[in-house]
Ligand binder design. Structure first.
Ligand code: FRU
Length: 289
């Protein structure tokens, strides 16, 4: 009841990133429709140890459901398992863990997104060119999967003229991507495509290239496709393409309600993705089956 609401504890790994602010907004908006729900938001500020203790606080507090979008897989697998085995339903969002000891995982298929990016790059390069890859945090599963999928889609064996000439871990952060791109540009006279594992990374790379007057010599590929971020960059011609990575926030609230009602929920929910290019961005992108 509204007087005695169910309490959802939501641990967000780094609210400072726009995509994560969007996820929290999606959760807030979905929860507002249900007067019997109260959400407590915590921001781990990009620190896995802080996130671990937030999880423990939620458990000690006795929240009814935990939502978590974990920073890194290894440090958060056990605390999540412990909460779950202690009887608290845990819904994991976006970044996978090392074990499936939780109620459910909601997220898009990062291998597939990486593969689509790789196919797009191979086609656009027409079999020849130099790539810079700016990776997301490689201790998080989306970074690993977006890299693996990219290599699959790129198919370097079939395209011997394509080379990844520089790769670095920018840990999902735009300032890091910009610095890494400065190094890449200093070392590589010819860069044709930058594949960044998220739109902030692609934008940071663009700014580095623009600073030295080289931004028109290369194409920038990103992931996330927030309307006010990646899609806007595509419309402005800053990025050539971005792939949508839905937050899953609304889906998580719907699932929490089902769990609270005693319904069984799937162990894994895979969210759909879309591609946004200059040609289709105004029309809302194109679904990838
Ligand atoms: C935000 C973010 C997104 C990315 C996701 C991967 O922290 O870096 O840009 O798509 O996390 O988990």
């Amino acid at each position: 009841t509204p007087d005695d609401p169910y309490v959802i504890g939501m641990s967000q790994c780094n609210l400072g990133e726009p995509w994560r602010a969007q996820m929290n907004d999606d959760i807030r908006k979905a929860a507002e429709k249900h007067p019997n729900l109260k959400v407590i938001f915590k921001d781990a500020q990009n620190d896995s140890l802080v996130q671990r203790s937030q999880l423990e606080e939620f458990v000690n507090q006795g929240v009814d459901v935990v939502l978590i979008s974990p920073k890194e897989a290894a440090p958060l697998t056990e605390p999540v398992a412990k909460a779950f085995h202690g009887g608290i339903p845990v819904i994991v969002l976006d970044r996978a863990l090392l074990k499936e000891e939780y109620t459910s995982f909601i997220g898009a298929d990062n291998v597939k997104i990486g593969r689509e990016a790789g196919k797009w790059v191979a086609e656009t390069l027409g079999g020849k060119g130099n790539i810079v890859e700016l990776k997301g945090l490689m201790t998080s599963v989306p970074g690993q999967d977006r890299h693996r999928g990219f290599l699959e889609g790129l198919d370097l064996k079939a395209h011997p003229g394509i080379k990844i000439v520089f790769e670095a871990d920018m840990q999902w952060l735009e300032p890091n991507a910009r610095k890494e791109m400065e190094s890449a540009l200093a070392r590589q006279p010819k860069v044709d495509v930058v594949y960044a594992h998220n739109d902030p990374g692609a934008h940071g790379a663009y700014l580095a290239a623009k600073q030295v007057g080289r931004e028109k010599q290369m194409k920038f590929v990103g992931i996330d496709a927030l309307p006010q971020e990646g899609v806007q960059y595509v419309k402005e011609g800053i990025l050539s393409v971005t792939f949508q990575y839905p937050t899953g926030g609304a889906e998580a609230v719907d699932m929490a309600l089902k769990v609270l009602a005693g319904e069984t929920v799937p162990k894994k929910v895979t969210l759909a993705t879309k591609v946004f290019t200059h040609d289709n961005a105004a029309a809302g992108g194109q679904a990838i089956p």
